[in-house]
Design a protein around this ligand. Structure first.
Ligand SMILES: Nc1ncnc2c1ncn2[C@@H]1O[C@H](COP(=O)(O)OP(=O)(O)OP(=O)(O)O)[C@@H](O)[C@H]1O
Ligand SMILES: [Mg+2]
Length: 360
């Protein structure tokens, strides 16, 4: 699966961009502030309905414009889709179109466009809170389990209702009926997560062996409460504490996926470059796992490719990305930084003050 053409209007400093991409490597080269990250952000937005930079969408729409528009042509073997997304400043509405039809959801776009992003800020996957690692696991579950998305949404609705009810009730019996349903969903989601984490483990270990042979990386999944306790029992036992706190303390909303290097937490012992390599290994492993299991290639967006990586590691990452046969978008400030990454077939674009043009 690859984006063969992308049209971007009024997205940050990209006012009118229309590009045909290579199905393999695409390089974006330009000075600071020219629009490289913005182009990756627009691709990410098309696949997620949100940005990886700003939570406030109106900051993404070009200054003084009423909306931004993204159009993509997606190709996967014999199939082709045309997808569009428009976001309005005034009322915050989002319009999603697939093959010209309205009424589609962001999740439909996300299913069509599995993508992985690697940015300097993305180290939060390793040194940020558990929410980043849950998002990592849940990305996989979203693409592997057709029912995950609805189960997870239902679980969150139950939790929200429960948290609201906790503030109003003094008697556990009024919560019990909801907790039975919540517990069912919690066990289902946790089981999926545990199975997925286990299935991903060999792929992660193998990629880490290649990128960080000097370290022994181990992974472990934590479901968010003691694994020998029934969640419904825990909810009942912890009612008084949850009521005191005003929210449900334990559960799948607290799950984590932790990484250790030689038995120690990676965020404490790895260098910045090693952390970046580990993050790349995790994202690559996850993308490749999707390819192996579902034959769905994933798009890789790599911002500021060169930062923190020495020449050997850049070459290693490039080689591994080529093997994955994925479509890859890579930004760099100078073409020189991409020297170690020279696949036969690729396209390079010059980015200058919001204008993007193919080179060569
Ligand atoms: N809503 C907006 N409307 C117009 N321009 C914007 C908006 N938001 C940000 N910008 C500008 O867009 C430009 C492009 O930023 P971008 O992050 O894409 O640059 P970059 O090429 O990735 O630079 P760097 O090499 O420093 O990472 C910046 O000059 C920024 O100030
Ligand atoms: Mg940038």
């Amino acid at each position: 699966m690859a984006i063969s053409r992308l049209i971007v209007e009024h997205f940050r400093n990209l006012n009118a961009v229309d590009l045909e991409f290579d199905h393999g490597f695409n390089f974006l080269v330009g000075n600071n502030g020219s629009g490289k990250t913005s182009l990756l952000e627009s691709i990410f937005y098309l696949g997620h309905g949100r940005s990886f930079k700003s939570a406030v969408t109106t900051r993404i729409i070009s200054y003084e414009q009423p909306h931004f528009t993204l159009h993509g042509r997606i190709q996967e073997s014999q199939h082709q889709w045309s997808v569009g997304l428009q976001k309005h400043r005034k009322d915050g509405t989002t319009i999603v179109k697939i093959n010209g039809e309205d009424g589609n959801k962001i999740a439909d776009l996300a299913h069509l466009l599995p993508m992985q992003i690697i940015t300097p800020e993305g180290l939060t996957l390793l040194n940020g809170g558990p929410a980043y690692r849950r998002a990592f696991l849940d990305w996989g579950l979203f693409h592997h389990h057709p029912s995950f998305h609805s189960a997870w949404s239902a679980l969150n609705r139950f939790l929200k209702q429960r948290n609201a009810a906790l503030q109003q009730t003094y008697d556990y019996s009024s919560l019990k009926i909801w907790d039975v349903e919540l517990a069912k969903l919690a066990h289902q989601v946790s089981q999926w997560r545990a199975e997925y984490a286990e299935a991903l483990r060999p792929e992660i270990e193998q990629t880490c062996q290649l990128f960080l042979p000097e370290l022994e990386i181990s992974v472990s999944f934590h479901q968010g409460w003691d694994k020998n306790t029934e969640y419904a029992d825990l909810l009942r036992e912890n009612f008084e504490r949850d009521k005191h706190l005003g929210y449900t303390f334990s559960g799948p909303q607290k799950a984590d996926f932790r990484f250790k290097a030689n038995g120690l937490p990676v965020e404490d012992v790895l260098s910045r470059g090693q952390l970046k390599l580990l993050m790349c290994a995790l994202r690559l492993a996850q993308g490749e796992h999707l390819m192996h299991e579902k034959e769905r290639p994933c798009i890789f967006l790599i911002d500021d490719f060169a930062s923190e990586l020495d020449q050997n590691k850049r070459a290693l990452l490039a080689e591994r990305l080529q093997q994955s046969q994925s479509q890859v978008f890579v930004t760099a400030i100078t073409a020189d930084q991409l020297k170690q990454m020279q696949p036969e077939k690729h396209r390079t674009f010059a980015v200058q003050e919001g204008k993007i043009s193919p080179l060569g």
